[in-house]
Design a protein around this ligand. Structure first.
Ligand code: C2E
Ligand code: MG
Ligand code: MG
Length: 628
């Protein structure tokens, strides 16, 4: 009997099925179609072998049994070819639509099977070689060739919508199959069509569907490719799912070395893998992502790992978890990961260990993302400008300093205020470059003859938290002042209290180094929030800037008045100068002058101005003062 080739095909397909079933895998919709095709191929080759047996023993069997077994095999070939088409077009439409289109294709397939069954079939049996022929077989060759060509053509017609790897795999698969059918059509006794089908499946398996490609071998869980495939399919099909990012906090584990951290991460992943109804993915760095369609399953997992590590590894138990409930409403996994990064970088959420992403968070993130791009463009196109707000010296009765305040100039000429982009720039790290530009433009101004002519002693430059704690801050600032040959004492650096709360030691270190070479420092926004007097005691400040809230309260609240009085007294004792910010009218000015506040800054004198207007303003208002 000429069944050696089919037996090889059968073994091939069984081996593929064993591999497929023994791997950890994601049962995605497309994967399921592939799995069914694998089963259909198995069934196809089995019916092929059975039909050969039936023909071989046809003398002992009823003719109807022989005919049924031969036609069953032919029908299975038709089914297989249609399944291949259904599989190929699974990339180009969402699941619901694909199911509908597949049902229509199935109807055509059934009609083809009906015709194959209806027409006569004849068998050849010379004792060793067996095969079938007749109209039914001819029809099969025609349908097979048409279907295979349809699949080929579809990979070209929908070329831009089918994954390029899938296109390649399907074309190879169809090529092998077509070659098998052509050989069998030319030489009826060479029964290679079934074997060619199984060979084609092997190609698709190794090029595209090998579940091993979805496994992170080191941590024995699903990897980022699987994550991208899973989320891609859910998003395309609008299948709701919940996604949770666990930022594995290994700060304690790291003490025992990196190996130790990896061991602990593996232990955590193994533990998460024991839960049913969730997928566990190892994402980039030390992030684990779990997904599920059920919220309670996710919460169960989070509670589970927190409880498990509470006593042994508090750091792991407290790992920050970010949960996105409508993950399918995003456009891609990249967008989801960017949102997660944004959520992680928000300092205000440091205390919460489970953060559920709200619509408001998503809106903020979208604005944040747009602003991030705008800052990038503004930096590239040099649309970052520095405005100067004059500061009045109550002793010399003229303007002796100013605060440098950054602005972004839109392409239409309007301005973006710092309140809109500084918080974003702090999160993205762009604040370092923005800060460098502001210092550079300030130094450029101070290095010119105008600044000295105007009698300006120094300019106040804001330092954000991110900059103030940077280890390279000293070198960066020195590079800029050296480039413009500006004396450090002509730059006063403003730091807010929040910088001190977040990284007091790093900031103090930077302050000391910069003070040693002559820079001075101001504590900005004093009196806003919970001011801690210890910062004034411990940090080498030269100037204290009363926040606008405090100066406003001063006029309506007697307690605020005595607070300002006390601060004034205390500052005197500590040899600190005091600036009152936000002075908007003559009454406010008179009151602060009466309290011997050294400097006044506010709209009463001027809003922050572009350099030329600032120069005009100071020139006009410092008339009798320049030589003082
Ligand atoms: P800040 O450092 O406390 O600056 C003072 C803010 O108060 C400025 O707002 C100024 O225009 C505003 N202001 C001054 N006088 C008055 C007044 O009389 N009435 C009112 N209503 N407002 C007054 P601006 O320019 O919008 O800056 C806001 C904040 O953005 C700054 O607060 C500072 O924290 C930050 N910022 C500005 N430029 C920079 C920069 O170059 N680097 C960094 N890191 N932060 C900056
Ligand atoms: Mg300031
Ligand atoms: Mg301020």
């Amino acid at each position: 009997m000429n069944i050696a080739v089919q037996v090889c095909g059968l073994i091939n397909t069984i081996v593929l099925l064993i591999f497929y079933n023994s791997s950890k895998r994601l049962m995605l919709y497309k994967r399921r179609i592939f799995y069914y095709i694998l089963l259909i191929t198995l069934f196809n080759i089995t019916t092929d072998i059975l039909s050969v047996f039936a023909i071989h023993f046809s003398d002992n069997l009823s003719p109807i049994v022989v005919e049924i077994s031969c036609k069953l095999y032919l029908c299975m070939l038709v089914v297989l070819s249609w399944s291949a088409l259904i599989y190929t077009i699974s990339d180009i439409m969402p699941k619901q639509k694909h199911i509908m289109v597949s049902s229509l294709l199935a109807i055509v397939g059934i009609i083809e099977c009906f015709m194959v069954v209806k027409y006569p079939i004849y068998v050849y049996n010379d004792g060793y070689y067996v095969f079938t022929y007749g109209m039914s077989v001819k029809l099969l060759y025609i349908f097979g060739a048409v279907n295979v060509c349809a699949i080929w053509i579809s990979t070209f017609v929908f070329s831009d919508r089918i994954l390029s790897r899938r296109k390649y795999a399907v074309r190879l698969w169809m090529g092998i199959w077509l070659a098998g059918m052509v050989i069998q059509a030319i030489n009826n006794s060479l029964l290679v069509a079934g074997f060619a089908a199984s060979l084609g499946m092997m190609v698709v398996y190794f090029l595209l569907e090998n579940p091993e490609g979805n496994i992170d071998k080191q941590f024995d869980c699903l990897n980022s490719i699987a994550l991208s495939e899973y989320t891609g399919e859910c998003i395309l099909n609008e299948d709701p799912f919940i996604l949770c990012n666990i930022s594995f906090d290994d700060s304690a584990a790291v003490k025992g070395g990196d190996d130790n951290a990896e061991k602990k991460l593996k232990d955590l992943i193994d533990y998460l893998n024991t839960f049913k109804g969730i997928n566990v993915f190892k994402s980039i760095d030390k992030n684990i992502i779990i997904t599920s369609t059920a919220r309670d399953k996710i919460l169960n997992v989070i509670n589970g790992f927190r409880t498990r590590y509470r006593l042994t590894d508090a750091c792991i138990a407290d790992s920050k978890v970010i949960m996105i409930e409508d993950a399918h409403s995003f456009t891609s996994i990249e967008e989801i990961l960017r949102l997660i990064n944004y959520m992680k970088s928000r300092r205000s959420d440091d205390a919460e260990s489970l953060v559920t992403v709200t619509d408001k968070n998503v809106e903020d993130y979208e604005r944040h993302d747009m602003m991030k791009d705008e800052i990038r463009r503004a930096l590239r196109e040099d649309r970052v400008e520095v405005f100067f707000q004059p500061i009045y010296n109550t002793v010399r009765k003229c303007f002796t300093s100013a605060e440098a305040l950054v602005r972004i100039r839109n392409k239409d000429g309007s301005l973006i205020p710092p309140g809109m982009f500084i918080p974003v720039a702090e999160v993205t790290g762009q604040i370092n470059e923005l800060g460098r530009r502001v210092l550079e433009k300030t130094c450029e101004f101070m290095a010119g003859s105008e600044a000295a002519d105007l009698g300006l002693e120094y300019i106040e430059v804001n330092l954000s938290v991110v900059q103030a704690e940077r280890v390279t801050l000293f070198e960066e600032i020195m590079d800029t002042v050296k480039k413009y040959r500006v004396e450090p004492k002509r730059i006063n650096l403003e730091i807010t209290e929040s910088a001190l709360i977040q990284a007091k030691d790093a900031v103090l270190d930077n302050m000391n180094r910069l003070k040693d070479v002559g820079f001075t420092f101001a504590l900005d926004d004093f009196g806003k929030g919970e001011s801690n007097l210890m910062y004034l005691v411990e940090m080498p400040f030269d100037i204290l800037k009363l926040d606008m809230d405090m100066t406003k309260a001063f006029h309506v609240n007697d307690k605020a008045k005595s607070a300002v009085k006390t601060v004034r007294y205390m500052a005197d004792d500590m040899k600190l100068k005091v600036v009152a910010e936000g002075i908007e009218n003559q009454n406010e000015l008179d009151a602060f002058v009466e309290y011997d506040i050294d400097y006044i800054q506010g709209y009463h004198f001027s809003k922050p101005l572009p350099k030329p207007e600032f120069i005009d303003f100071v020139r006009k208002n410092n008339e009798g003062c320049r030589t003082a």
